[in-house]
Structure formats: structure tokens, C-alpha cells
Design a protein around this ligand. Structure first.
Ligand code: NAD
Length: 506
């Protein structure tokens, strides 16, 4: 992605290096734009190679002391951070809506789902426990300790600029690592505000660093010899590149990537609840969620519900995220608007039936915004662009199936495996779905089943690379190296049994 300089009056987004917010010396800048108005809110730098190296060097130096910081000290920083996030919720949500576009209540949800991970990080004392086996041989104990890796890095997408950075740095730092974050260059402002709060909460200088940029910054992270692990969330194309490049450089990598989430609607489901859930999950956040509902598979008699679903979608208000009552805000950029409208055109050209056309909605007072209203296609088939691509807009594709077996087979044939849901009143159907579906996050009458941090976010097939998820129990394993210690202590009364030349512990 290219950087360009257009508005030199706008405030600059800072880098965070060595505990200080610093102005970049780069010549490459990109505007951060309000997607409802096109107002330039700020300019974000594309950090220079020297700045990226300085951020990593500062994290490497800070690791020397941070790794030895007591558990309680680490935990209390996150207790304080959760308090500061709560106190600043309104400001954070407003910043997020301004630069990303989602509605204010949804922006609070974005911050809140990240806050849950901060709360979890405050429990690090009970999460980072090793095991101990007493007397594995005479007078010998074996125990494991989970030690931090060193400098870890995070690369985040534009669609959750609060939640996803908060998936990353709190757990990485709570487990004793230091961190370099590379937020999305499209909406870095709320992320930076969260980092300011993290400093205020007591994160020491160098433990958390932030660089900005695009492809070059990401490649520099993948290649840097002093970075031990990378957590990436974003598209499948970029995530696969990051996974391959960073793995070849010997790093531990987890990549949470793109999606095409399907829901099955059984004819026995509660119709009103189901239609509400479908509309909310397909069109909320203008479809810019990795867990957005993209495809609904109507089984049998449920195929007659299309007109009611269309009516439901028509009731949603399309406007700026700051306007009261808005359901669907703008797409993040003009480029995203062009891409989504182009895909709708291709859907029509390729023979899908356009049940509801959300293109070029009238949005009074926000005529320059990147708006697309709820859009519904029926008769969608594999091979059509609207089915094959992740649209990342408020576009729902409808397909039909005769029974649950056919529906499950259809979903499992799609390469993505991020989220899915079934709507039914039958426990047997729900259980069959849970068992046979090859998707990471499964909802039963829950359209967006993002797990709370007592569990780990996951994914299967093309939606995820790497074994361990970005929060929950799995991330403690991701950010630590297990060391086992086998120990025997002699006292004066220990009898010597001579030299042991075998592998056995005696
Ligand atoms: P993206 O892949 O374009 O960008 C993600 C990050 O990669 C950004 O920080 C960006 O600067 C960087 N980047 C972009 N192009 C690059 C390139 N060519 N080389 C190296 N780095 C590059 O993703 P996005 O558009 O910001 O976010 C939307 C995508 O993220 C969707 O595909 C969505 O499904 C996915 N997503 C997945 C999850 C999940 O948990 N599975 C969560 C949120 C978003």
C-alpha cells in the first residue's frame, strides 16, 4: 500500500519508541480519513528502517528487566489499564467511529471486547503456571516453567482497531515479553490512545513500542532477527505471506485471516429471532467483520423467508456512525466502496438475483461518505465472485439446501473456516452441526460466536495459520517457551549408588 502526502495541516500520529511518543522522520505519510465525511483527521507516518530498528532495540533492552518483573507487578498494570479503558470508553469509541466509521455503540463493543482480554491479562498469575511432578525418581522432581520469548510483534487490521491490538499486547506483555505493534495504517488513532493509556497504567519504557507503515514495515518485522514471535490478524493473502516469510526466519507465528462465514437456517428455527440475527450479523459494522455473516443457507421451507429477510434489511438505517439510530455505517475507504460496489455489479453480471440493492443510498448530511446499504443476493452459486471472494461489505448471499447434510457439505467445501452458525430448535440438528462442521467458531442460535477470553479465538483451514489462537489459554502457550527442570537435591545422608551409565533416572 502506498503512502502519500496530501494534507500537511492535519496532526501527525506518533511512533512509540522507548516509552516516548516520537515524531517520525519519514518522508512518507498517509492520511487518516473519516469515512463518513472524507475529513482528514491525521497523517500517519510510514516508519523508516532506522525507526523500526530503534523500536525493536528498545524492546530488546527492556526485556532484560521486564522478564524478571514479578507476576503481581505485571498483573496490577493490567488491572489499572482496564480501569483507565473504562474511564475513557466514550472518548475511545468516538475516536474509533471517527476514523473507522462503525456506529458509536458498536465502537464501544469493539473497545469492550478488547477490554475483556485486558481483564484476563490481569489474571496472569493463574494463567502462566507450570506443572510439577513430585518424585519422578528417587528424590527427583520434575517441573515446568513457562518463560517469555523476548521481543514479540503484532500486526493488526483496520476493522477492529481497539479489540485486536488489545488481543495482542496485553497478553504478550503480561506473560513477560516486550512488544512492537504495527497497527493498521488506515485507522491508527484509537490504537495510539490505548497505548497512551497503557503507559499511564505503568507499562515501563520500551516494553510496548509502536511503529506505523504498510508492506515494508510488515516485511521488516518478518525479517528482524531480534523478533521471536509474530501475531498477525488480517486478510488471508497478507497473512499467508507473513506466516511463510516469518516462519522461514525461524519465528513463531500465528495468523488469523479472512473468512466467508455461513449460517444454516433450519425450517424449525424461531423465525423472528433468526431473521433479526441474520440481518444484524450480515449488515452490522457494514459487513466489515471477520465474523460477519456472508452466506445464509436456507434449508427446505426456510427458503420462503427471503421476502421477510429483505423487509427486515430495509428497516436498517444507513448513516454516519455518530448519528443516533444508525445501524450501518460507511465502509472504511473510497477504495473499499469501489471494491464492494464492483463485486455487487459482478454478482448481477454473473447471474445471482439481486433481491435488495444497497448501492448509492441517500444519506442526508453525509453525501461524501462511503456508504453501501444492506444488499441481498439469492440464487448464489460457487464460482460466482460474490461467493468466492470475501466481500467485506454489507452484502449477504443466499443459497438453498434440501437438508442439513447438504448444507453442512456445502459449508465444508468452502475453503474458509472462521465462523459459522446454525439456527434451529432441534438439539439433535445443532449437535450434528457442531460435530460435523469444519469451522473454528460455531454458533448455535448465536450469529457471531466470538469466544470470550476464557477460551481462545480459533479458525480452521484457510482462515488460520499456526496452531495457537490469539487470546485465552492458547496464547499463554504462544507467548511462552516451556522449560522443564529435573532436579535432585542431595543432603549429607544421601547414599551414593555409584556411577549411573544408563539413561534411566535412578
Ligand atoms: P490486510 O491484510 O489488508 O492488512 C492487515 C495488516 O497487514 C495491516 O497492518 C496492513 O498494513 C498490512 N498489510 C497490508 N498489505 C500488506 C502487504 N502487501 N504486505 C505486508 N503487509 C501488508 O487486512 P485489512 O483489510 O486491514 O483487514 C480485513 C481482513 O482482516 C479481512 O480479510 C478480515 O477477514 C481479516 N480479519 C480476520 C480476523 C480473524 O480473527 N480471523 C479478524 C479481523 C479481521
Amino acid at each position: 500500500m502506498d503512502a502519500s502526502t496530501t494534507n500537511v495541516q492535519a496532526p501527525t500520529v506518533k511512533l512509540l519508541i522507548g516509552g516516548k511518543m516520537v515524531e517520525s522522520k519519514t518522508t512518507q505519510w498517509r492520511d487518516v480519513v473519516n469515512p463518513a465525511t472524507q475529513q482528514v483527521l491525521a497523517r500517519v507516518p510510514f516508519a523508516t528502517a532506522d525507526e523500526i530498528n530503534a523500536a525493536v532495540a528498545s524492546a530488546k533492552e527492556a526485556f532484560k528487566t521486564w522478564k524478571k518483573t514479578p507476576i503481581g507487578t505485571r498483573a496490577r498494570i493490567f488491572l489499572k489499564l482496564q480501569q483507565l479503558i473504562r474511564e475513557n470508553m466514550g472518548e475511545l469509541a468516538a475516536l474509533l467511529t471517527a476514523e473507522q466509521g462503525k456506529t458509536l455503540p458498536d465502537a464501544e463493543g469493539d473497545v469492550f471486547r478488547g477490554l475483556e482480554v485486558v481483564e484476563h491479562a490481569a489474571n496472569i498469575g493463574t494463567l502462566q503456571l507450570g506443572d510439577l511432578a513430585n518424585n519422578v525418581a528417587n528424590g527427583v522432581d520434575t517441573y515446568s516453567i513457562m518463560q517469555p520469548l523476548g521481543v514479540c510483534a503484532g500486526i493488526t487490521p483496520f476493522n477492529f482497531p481497539a479489540m485486536i491490538p488489545l488481543w495482542m499486547f496485553p497478553m504478550a506483555i503480561a506473560t513477560g515479553n516486550t512488544f512492537v505493534l504495527k497497527p493498521s495504517e488506515q485507522d491508527p488513532m484509537v490504537t495510539m490512545r490505548l497505548c497512551e493509556l497503557a503507559l499511564e497504567a505503568g507499562i515501563p519504557a520500551g516494553v510496548l513500542n509502536v511503529i506505523h507503515g504498510g508492506e515494508d514495515a510488515v516485511n521488516a518485522i518478518c525479517d528482524h532477527a531480534d523478533i521471536k514471535a509474530i501475531s498477525f490478524v488480517g486478510s488471508t493473502k497478507v497473512g499467508t505471506h507473513v506466516y511463510n516469510r516469518a516462519s522461514l526466519n525461524g519465528k513463531r507465528v500465528q495468523c488469523m485471516m479472512g473468512a466467508k462465514n455461513h449460517a444454516i437456517v433450519m425450517p424449525d428455527s424461531n423465525k423472528e429471532q433468526t431473521l433479526n440475527a441474520l440481518a444484524g450479523a450480515a449488515f452490522g459494522a457494514a459487513g466489515q467483520r471477520c465474523m460477519a455473516l456472508s452466506v445464509v443457507v436456507l434449508v427446505g421451507e426456510a427458503q420462503k423467508w427471503i421476502p421477510e429477510l429483505v423487509e427486515k434489511a430495509k428497516t436498517l438505517k444507513v448513516s454516519a456512525g455518530t448519528e443516533a439510530g444508525t445501524d450501518v455505517g460507511p465502509l472504511v475507504s473510497c477504495a473499499a466502496l469501489d471494491r464492494v460496489t464492483g463485486l455487487i455489479e459482478r454478482g448481477v453480471a454473473e447471474g445471482a438475483k439481486l433481491e435488495l440493492d444497497g448501492r448509492q443510498p441517500t444519506v442526508k448530511g453525509f453525501e461524501k461518505g462511503n456508504f453501501v446499504g444492506p444488499t441481498i443476493f439469492s440464487g448464489v452459486k460457487p464460482g460466482m465472485s460474490v461467493y468466492e471472494q470475501e466481500i467485506f461489505g454489507p452484502v449477504l448471499c443466499i443459497v438453498a439446501a434440501d437438508d442439513i447434510d447438504q448444507a453442512i457439505e456445502f459449508i465444508n467445501a468452502n475453503p474458509n473456516g472462521n465462523g459459522t452458525a446454525i439456527f434451529t430448535q432441534s438439539g439433535a440438528a445443532a449437535r450434528k452441526f457442531q460435530e460435523d462442521i469444519d469451522v473454528g467458531q460455531v454458533g448455535i442460535n448465536v450469529p457471531i460466536p466470538v469466544p470470550v477470553p476464557l477460551f481462545s479465538f480459533t479458525g480452521s483451514r484457510a482462515s488460520k495459520l499456526g496452531d495457537l489462537g490469539p487470546y485465552g489459554k492458547q496464547v499463554v502457550l504462544f507467548y511462552t517457551q516451556t522449560k522443564t527442570v529435573t532436579a535432585r537435591w542431595f543432603d549429607d545422608s544421601t547414599t551414593s549408588h555409584g556411577v549411573n551409565t544408563t539413561i534411566s533416572l535412578k
